[in-house]
Design a protein around this ligand. Structure first.
Ligand code: ABU
Length: 497
């Protein structure tokens, strides 16, 4: 009975060990029940409530904070309710996001990390984690194909931040005076990226004072080489200096992979920084069957890779990898004397925190390191292959159905499969704006019903000239072909007129 106990009775309270043990055991029971439920196909993915309903409080679950402390019993109920009204992203029928699933070793890693509760800026207070980072970076560099003399990196809070680092580093590489003199040290700059690249490239330009209008989009269906030549002719006469090209290995919606070698040729020819946003596609490097899709990635100056996507590491776990050793440190270091004293009694090159634009940093390495230990590279490889096999299965299913239409006829390069559901009324309409208008409304209507019923979840969006379509992505190792069949059955059932 925890109803007469409060947080003050837990450790470090005197004799608080027993209460702490029982409290954590009870919490573990709640988490175990949640995990089992998440993996049970007959349970719901979500129990949807509108924001006002959650705010008003449901069945005694109140988000409001009081002056008086709640007892431990209430805190356990709060933990249970928080999970109850959330979304079970580990459910085999959760297809909504690029990060899905729940790896138990990764979860254990997160618990250990939180228990250690340290800050990964100095070797002094995070010795083991810092060395693990070093080991993992070497592993990733060698998978990419960089030599032992090359390569550096830092963990960041997500792919957007990793991409921001890439622009920051590229700018510093060409214009090192910017660090001290600021924008006055710069000519007007231009960045190039493909139309379907992640919004974070524009956001980075905005945040770094370059301006989002200085990001020039290259159409994906035109030869990258030609376009870059064109921009070279267009940008320079305008007084703009292109310095950075982002190639995407696994676009967010289509999972498309830019031709990395062609882009690398152009970057080498014009002396441009080549960044590869492989936040989503990086995981393919672990598969002998799929890694050739990223041929040329070793020629990149920097790479974003999110182990929290295709590799299934619990959120968050994202890196920026940099080919040129020492650049991260040079670009970002400010030598705060209270942290990075040069006269410490150990090798201070292991105080890696000054490479970062943050001060305090969460330890994201341990769960990844532990998972790598548990699976080996081969385990990650079969996980990746399994996800792409599911995508292939869905692709062929859709191809054979009259009530679905693929957005692209060709087989997806990654595990994204994009498609429309065609209700009978739409199927009987001739192609044209009227049909497009009707079709545009189909996916949102189905998604709304899907969320109300809660048995599966998939995302949709319009893109360019394409009206709303579904995007199914596979990154959850728990998902099987029967779940793919269920998804199509659900869409058909919910979309019936
Ligand atoms: N950073 C991209 C994540 C997008 C998605 O999960 O759909």
């Amino acid at each position: 009975d925890f109803s007469s106990l409060h947080s003050k009775d837990l450790l470090p309270a005197k004799n608080g060990e027993e209460v702490t043990k029982h409290f954590l055991q009870e919490l573990l029971n709640i988490l175990l029940a949640y995990i089992s439920k998440s993996l049970n196909r007959s349970s719901k993915v979500l129990d949807f409530h509108h924001p006002h309903q959650l705010k008003e409080g449901l069945e005694g679950f109140s988000l409001e904070l009081q002056d008086q402390p709640d007892n431990l019993e209430q805190l356990l109920v709060d933990c249970q309710d928080t999970l109850k009204y959330g979304v079970k992203t580990a459910h085999p029928c959760f297809f909504n996001q690029l990060s899905t699933g729940l790896d138990i070793i990764g979860l254990a890693g997160e618990w250990v990390t939180s228990t250690a509760n340290t800050n990964i800026f100095t070797y002094e207070i995070a010795p083991v984690f810092i060395l693990m980072e070093d080991i993992i970076f070497k592993k990733m560099h060698s998978i990419i194909g960089w030599s032992e003399k090359e390569g550096d990196g830092i963990f960041c809070p997500g792919g957007t931040m990793s991409n921001l680092y890439s622009v920051l580093l590229a700018r510093y590489h060409f214009f090192p005076r910017v660090k001290t003199a600021g924008m006055l040290a710069l000519p007007p700059l231009a960045l190039l990226t493909s139309t379907h690249s992640h919004f974070s490239i524009k956001k980075s330009a905005a945040v770094l004072g370059i301006g989002s209008e200085s990001v020039f989009l290259v159409k994906c269906d035109e030869s990258i080489a030609l376009i870059l030549m064109k921009y070279n002719l267009v940008l320079y006469p305008q007084g703009l200096v292109p310095f950075y090209v982002n190639a995407t290995a696994g676009t967010t919606v289509y999972g498309a992979i830019d031709p990395l070698n062609d882009i690398a040729d152009i970057c080498e020819r014009f002396g441009l920084w080549m960044h590869v946003d492989a936040a989503w596609g990086g995981g393919l490097l672990l598969s002998k069957r799929h890694r050739m899709k990223l041929q040329g990635i070793d020629r990149a100056s920097s790479i974003t890779w999110n182990p929290h996507k295709m590799m299934g590491v619990p959120l968050q776990c994202s890196v920026i990898l940099v080919q040129k050793k020492g650049l991260l440190q040079e670009c970002n270091q400010l030598c705060a004397e209270y942290l990075f004293q040069p006269d410490k009694h150990y090798d201070v090159s292991y105080d890696t925190g000054d490479k970062s634009i943050q001060c305090g940093r969460h330890v994201d390495i341990f769960k990844l390191w532990l998972m790598w230990k548990a699976k080996g590279s081969e385990g990650f490889e079969s996980q990746v292959n399994h996800c792409l096999e599911n995508a292939e299965y869905l692709y062929y299913k859709l191809k054979s159905r009259k009530d679905f239409q693929l957005v692209f006829q060709s087989q997806p390069e990654h595990s994204n499969v994009c498609f429309w559901y065609l209700p009978t009324s739409v199927r009987n309409m001739p192609p044209g704006p009227e049909r497009d208008r009707e079709l545009h409304m189909v996916a949102p209507k189905i998604k709304a019903k899907m969320m109300e019923e809660g048995m599966t979840m998939i995302g949709y969006q319009p893109l360019g000239d394409k009206v709303n379509f579904f995007r199914c992505v596979f990154s959850n190792p728990a998902t099987q072909k029967e779940d793919v069949d269920f998804l199509l059955d659900e869409i058909t059932r919910l979309g019936r007129e």
